[in-house]
Design a protein around this ligand. Structure first.
Ligand SMILES: NC(=O)c1ccc[n+]([C@@H]2O[C@H](COP(=O)([O-])OP(=O)(O)OC[C@H]3O[C@@H](n4cnc5c(N)ncnc54)[C@H](O)[C@@H]3O)[C@@H](O)[C@H]2O)c1
Ligand SMILES: O=C(O)[C@H](O)[C@@H](O)[C@H](O)[C@H](O)CO
Length: 262
């Protein structure tokens, strides 16, 4: 029996995993056998999340820290290594978006998005990567976006950060592949989560647009990321380095079609 996807004996740390895509990916890793550690930055959300994981039959340890604070990241990563075990899998999922037209965006807002979506994954990868490189094993998955490839009105900072995250992925893969650390990315299409709630409401033109623009004809469900997450965390991807696996219902495969044609 082939067991390329079995994560038993592995420890996975997923950032921003108190709900949404982070929680769905962490749940998938736990169900594939990994010991789970989740990060969050809000105590109330963490408490609810730990109950939700438990209801799924998963034992999870939660660590509250801001992924952009290098001192806290270093301290918490060292604690996790000591209290739970060697981190084998890191999923850099924590992120944020600000939808503001470029001409109206304050530099402070632009910097904030870059800090969370690009510098955060760098800080996390640096401090977890140090242990992985020493041990000569590890998997890092950076959560990219359609905006790693495409632009859209109002999301200049997010697109700059997610485009940068794609290149950070390739660069870390280049530096660490020889140490048996695989760094890859997942690029979700448009998924039904809190982040997209404001543009997903019935009657909102963007909601219709996305359903029409996605060849699969629907928004992604967080569970749609399970397979890609397990693949990039497992032995099955040991010679896959610096790739972004787009899980997008076909968006990037097509130029789209006129709205009057169904
Ligand atoms: N929803 C989508 O359609 C979609 C598509 C592509 C990519 N993504 C990306 O996937 C990831 C998760 O998205 P989501 O839709 O679940 O978003 P979400 O806003 O529901 O969740 C983001 C999580 O990140 C956490 N977070 C934010 N800043 C943090 C910080 N400084 N330190 C620690 N945690 C922090 C938040 O608390 C939250 O739990 C994000 O990186 C997002 O950009 C989302
Ligand atoms: O306003 C937006 O266009 C969306 O929020 C996106 O940025 C998605 O969240 C996602 O990242 C697409 O892949």
């Amino acid at each position: 029996m082939l067991n390329l996807f079995d994560l038993s004996g592995k420890t996975a740390l997923v950032t921003g995993a108190t709900h949404g895509l982070g929680m769905a990916m962490a749940t998938a890793l736990g169900k594939a056998g990994a010991t789970l550690v989740v990060n969050g930055n809000t105590p109330e959300k963490m408490e609810k999340a730990l109950q939700a994981y438990q209801a799924e039959g998963l034992t999870v340890k939660g660590y509250l820290f801001d992924v952009t604070n290098e001192g806290l990241v270093k301290e918490n990563v060292a604690r996790i290594e000591q209290e739970v075990g060697p981190i084998d899998i890191l999923v850099n999922n924590a992120g944020m978006i600000k939808r503001i037209p470029a001409l109206e965006m304050e530099v402070e807002d632009f910097r904030k998005v870059l800090d969370v979506d690009l510098t955060g994954p760098f800080i996390m990868s640096k401090h977890v990567g140090k242990y992985m490189v020493e041990r000569k094993r590890g998997k890092i998955i950076n959560i990219c976006s359609m905006m790693s490839e495409l632009g859209r009105d109002t999301v200049s900072a997010y697109a700059a950060a997610k485009g940068g995250l794609k290149m950070l992925t390739r660069n870390l893969a280049t530096e660490w592949a020889k140490h048996n650390v695989q760094v890859n990315g997942i690029g979700p299409g448009y998924f039904a989560t809190d982040q997209t709630a404001p543009i997903r409401v019935d009657g909102h033109p963007f909601n219709e647009f996305i359903i029409h623009r996605t060849p699969a004809g629907r928004w992604g469900n967080p569970e749609d990321l399970a397979g890609a997450t397990i693949f990039l965390s497992s032995k099955a991807s040991d010679f896959v380095n610096g790739q972004i696996l787009y899980v997008d219902g076909g968006i990037l495969a097509t130029i789209g079609k006129p709205s009057n044609e169904r």
